[in-house]
Ligand binder design. Sequence first.
Ligand code: GLU
Length: 308
Amino acid sequence: MKEIVGRFAPSPSGRMHLGNIYTAILSWLSVKSRGGKWILRIEDLDPQRSKLEYARMIEDDLHWLGFEWDEGGLDGKGPNGPYLQSKRHHFYEEALDRLKSTGLCYPCSCTRADILATQAPHESDGRVVYKGTCRPAVLPSPYIEKNRAAVRIAVPDEEITFTDRIKGMQTVNLARHCGDFIVRRGDGAWSYQLAVVVDDALMGVTEVMRGDDLLLSAAQQIYLYRLLGYTPPEFAHVPLVCNEKGIRLSKRDKSLSMEYLRAHHTPEEILGMAAHRASIIPTSSPISLLHLLEKSKLYFSILNNSKF
Ligand code: GLU
């Protein structure tokens, strides 16, 4: 049987909070309870927001909980490095060339204001759907370089279906969900969608477990996997942790930040709370990592949405 490879891919833009750590705990348990490998990848694509000191804190918080990664982290151990996205440009460049060679990429100079101006009034859930203003009349067509333009990839008006291990069957039409999307920004920055696909594929990741705010991104990613000739991993999107107002936690919510949690709880208490929240254990009493690992074996081998 193929080895299970999971990963935790935090962006080092602040101290982790309960939501980040919840995802880390579940993804670690999911692969470790099935004898797999766990990678720590630092997603520092955004130079303005990413800080080395936050990456160090992430590692320290993971160690405090008792986690060790088999590959990756700041010292970059393992055969599939570098494990910092800021050092992986050459891989993204190569993938972009391959995407361009499909004839489905085109340059786009639309500003955010241009794109918002094309939105229909009912599209008010904050999602921006690109209407194809710069799309060539005929596709596929050769990519014509244009200075300071973003690179977009054309999406088909058809359904992409996948089964999420937690959320069940999902059907997404990319034309309606997001439209042709950016794979490289006009300022040269790589898009999250491209980088995450290239990294997960090249690192041999077989399971992507992360917050469910990224559930629909999985369809964009599956589309890129197909165009690049890679096999998509299994996806498992865990419900986001919300604050008492029902709003998803952000790195600004200090009350549930790891700084606060470490000052007021033991690792066993945090593990117990997380495991209870995911219904791995019936009460939220403290539990050791080893004991929890044991309890997780059956749970993750038959993971399905009924548990969350
Ligand atoms: N870097 C992303 C974050 O911290 C996670 C991306 C992923 O797991 O695919 O939210």
